[in-house]
Design a protein. Sequence first.
Length: 255
Amino acid sequence: MGLENFPKTGAEGRGQETQSGSTLSGGPEKVGRGQRVNKEEIWQELNQRQRDTLTAVYRADQNAEQSEAARWRRGSSRRAAEIWRRLQYPPFGGVVETPLHRLLREAGVIDPGLGSTLQALERRNLIQCGWTDGDLLWVRLANLGRAIARGGLGEQPPKKSPKGQLKQRQWEALVTAYQAGDEGIKDNAGVGDYGGFSYRWTWARLRDYYGSDDGLISEVQYWEGRSRYKIQITPKGREFYEANRDFYQNLYPNT
């Protein structure tokens, strides 16, 4: 699948595309910290093509977020959002269609006018785009764009977990530590990611768990030809596991 060339200028780029008889403003709409915006009003100001394009970018962004969460749960290191939220447009290796390209294609907006549509959304601070020699390389959904798309589609942002509630990967690690008992979980690979769980993002959170004096787990030094370390569940960790096992089994049934 080839890569289409989209010019950096176009009807929308010159502020000439009309929406219900009105003309787009040529300048960006700045939104400062704490400033409230009327999300429904902004969504209504977009024409259908712009809505379809923004929706496709939003879907690709949410798919990337889910993929990154799954990658982290499998034990991979956490990456900065600046990296994985940057959605590649050209085919991978020039052959495999990217998720963003597929969603834009399914939305019916891949044509010579796509560049102008993207620029119109970018001027409203809804997206950011990366170009080289007139070719689109990547699109990144801005926070405002995510909020506008969610509001326009009638979707709600995901609810934050209550304070003190373990995330799935943290619960999985605690289960592993509980099952290991006094034997503990040794760092056989020598990289500090005991049992395939990141120390920084998982074990350290259990070690410093909110409301516990000695944490739910601890890193214990032992001798085996040389000084080594392993993870052991603490008495508080056993108490927490046994008291909350049913709750977390219902919350994370695949664990």
